[in-house]
Design a protein around this ligand. Structure first.
Ligand code: UD1
Ligand code: PEP
Length: 445
């Protein structure tokens, strides 16, 4: 099993560049299946396990997909299969995003029911309600969800009980090819929603209002391939901001979009971190002493749940009492137990964690319980006394490109090793043709 070994105590300094956003590229690749003619060329694509997974999902449904360095080419003009391959759907929940495009284009989609995961039960009832309002019939059974529509989907007025990112994206994609106008009220407002809307519009769709509480989509007769470059990853940016802050460092984060990072910046400033906007990005200067603060995760523009565990690592080192309240997912505190192995003192009360800081974090062997927990444990290791070993790195590889390498480039004492204790080379992207996916997975932790 691969591990990341961190020796705490180094202040980070230098420059790091943020990749394209995982949570933007996955829906954009799914949306490329809506094009009945032409190729989509998607640039600034991060080389992540999740991107390989969605590419493989599309290939298994008969789309031509090529991943060359940071560019994905999709040609979906072939007749596509309407059943998504279960082995890949199981790897990644975002695979449910193929339902909207398939249903809109062919009136049929069958996908394995995504189960819960380490952060909560994560149902897809809001996606299904939206499709039903547009004329689809849904059948859930034997571990699958199957949707069928007679003829074209029709536009509908859809109100989401909560602003689900995935439901907003899935419904937006389906509505882009439906007959008539769809409105989605109380929709998600994340920057990744805006990025998807921009891509759909380049494909010939008519989507207005993305980034606000109501999106209006006028369905088009057909859509074509388009060129699109993916927005920077605000969660990767936030994670490196936290890394600089926790080590009292001085790091310039290039390609960070400040407008997407307001809630994170505001909390870091409350903790005594200095943030300076520079031409090339955002400079983050960590203080000698972090101050306690409180955080409540919320849909955008509130504080993102995907930064909750990284901020917890900071709070463990902050002076005073901090409280984190998680309102988006009902079970996103699995990392608390792992932090405790590092001597962290914290108490879970319902949906909140109370931290009396600063603790004296000690290095330990800890397991990444999910993607962001993996990053958070590494951040804690940067500040802990002694050596921290982080296992279960398959989670990390879903969402961070060469994370250990990038931190080492900033001066961290960090190394990724394999089961024999040999150093693992950073992942160099290979031209991703069918089959190379397995080469990537062989790097598996
Ligand atoms: C690939 C991707 O973009 N993933 C992001 C996306 O996940 P995802 O799209 O799955 O997250 P949602 O916004 O849909 O989920 C938010 C909440 O709504 C609930 N819900 C959602 C759909 C539904 O039909 N019914 C329902 O009850 C979920 O269980 C959760 O409690 O947004 C999350 C919230 O910002 C982020 O943490 C994930 O990183
Ligand atoms: C929860 C996350 O992703 P996903 O929805 O793909 O599990 C994440 O990016 O932190």
């Amino acid at each position: 099993m691969e591990k990341i070994i961190v020796r705490g105590g180094k202040r980070l300094h230098g420059t790091v560049r943020v990749e394209g956003a995982k949570n933007a590229v996955l829906p954009v690749i799914a949306a490329s299946m809506l094009a009945s003619e032409g190729e989509s060329v998607i640039t600034d694509v991060p080389v992540l396990a999740d991107v390989y997974t969605i590419n493989e999902v599309l290939r298994n449904m008969n789309a031509d997909v090529m991943f060359d360095y940071n560019t994905v080419h999709v040609n979906a003009s072939n007749q596509l299969l309407t059943e998504a391959p279960t082995e890949y759907v199981r790897k990644m929940r975002a695979s449910v995003l193929v339902i909207g495009p398939l249903l809109a284009r062919y009136g049929h989609a069958k996908v394995a029911m995504p189960g819960g995961c380490a952060i909560g039960s994560r149902p897809i009832d809001l996606h299904l309600k939206g499709f039903e309002a547009m004329g689809a019939r849904t059948h859930v059974g034997n571990g699958f969800v199957e949707l069928e529509a007679e003829g074209r989907l029709h536009g509908a007025k859809i109100y989401l009980d909560m602003p689900s990112v995935g439901a907003t994206e899935n419904i937006m994609m389906a509505a882009s090819l439906a007959e008539g106008t769809t409105t989605i009220e109380n929709c998600a407002k994340e920057p990744e929603i805006v990025d998807l809307a921009n891509f759909l519009n380049k494909m010939g769709a008519k989507v207005v209002g993305a980034g606000t509480e109501t999106i209006r989509i006028e369905g088009a007769e057909e859509l074509h391939g388009a060129n699109h470059s993916i927005i920077p990853d605000r969660i990767e940016a936030g994670t490196f901001m936290a890394a600089s802050a926790i080590t009292g460092g001085n790091v310039l984060i290039e390609n960070a979009e400040i407008g997407h990072l307001r809630s994170i910046i505001s909390k870091l400033e409350e903790m005594g971190v200095t943030i300076v906007e520079e031409g090339e990005g955002i400079r983050v200067l960590g203080p000698d002493k972090l101050e306690a603060t409180d955080i409540k995760t919320l849909p955008h523009p509130g504080f993102p749940t995907d930064m909750q565990s990284q901020m917890m690592a900071l709070m463990l080192n902050a002076y005073g009492t901090s409280v984190i309240t998680e309102t988006v997912f009902e079970n996103r505190f699995m990392h608390v137990e792992e932090f405790r192995r590092m001597n962290a003192k914290m108490k879970i009360e319902g949906r909140s964690v109370i931290i009396e800081g600063p603790g004296e974090l000690q290095g330990a062997e800890v397991a990444a319980t999910d993607l962001r927990a993996a990053a958070a444990l590494i951040l804690a290791g940067l500040r802990a006394e002694g050596i921290t070993r982080v296992t279960d790195l398959k989670h990390l590889d879903r969402g961070y490109v060469n994370f250990a390498e990038k931190l080492a480039g900033l001066g961290a004492s960090i190394e990724r090793i394999d089961a024999n204790g040999d150093s693992v080379k950073p992942f160099l992207h290979i031209n991703d043709q069918p089959g190379n996916f397995l080469a990537f997975l062989s790097l598996e932790s």
